[in-house]
Write a protein that binds this ligand. Structure first.
Ligand SMILES: [Zn+2]
Length: 76
């Protein structure tokens, strides 16, 4: 697989990748639709860079703030 330089949500959305969040606290994994995430972040005026999202992401399982965010293929 060719690794593109994907460092922002809109870039992932444009190339058709989802985003996979892995909680730093408990390892809980969530996949998010990058297009929907982009719209939500734009509405909240949050930066779309992955590094910013990694700091702001909050785990739905343990409430830990901070996650690893990587682009992933969309599996249907
Ligand atoms: Zn967690």
């Amino acid at each position: 697989m060719v690794r593109h330089k994907l460092d922002s949500v809109n870039e992932c959305a444009r190339r058709g990748y989802n985003l996979r969040f892995t909680c730093d606290g408990c390892g809980h994994v969530v996949e998010a639709n990058s297009s929907e995430l982009m719209i939500e972040l734009n509405a909240r005026r949050v930066s779309l860079t992955l590094s910013t999202i990694e700091e702001k992401a909050r785990c739905s399982e343990c409430g830990h703030r901070g996650a690893a965010v990587v682009p992933c293929d969309i599996n249907f």
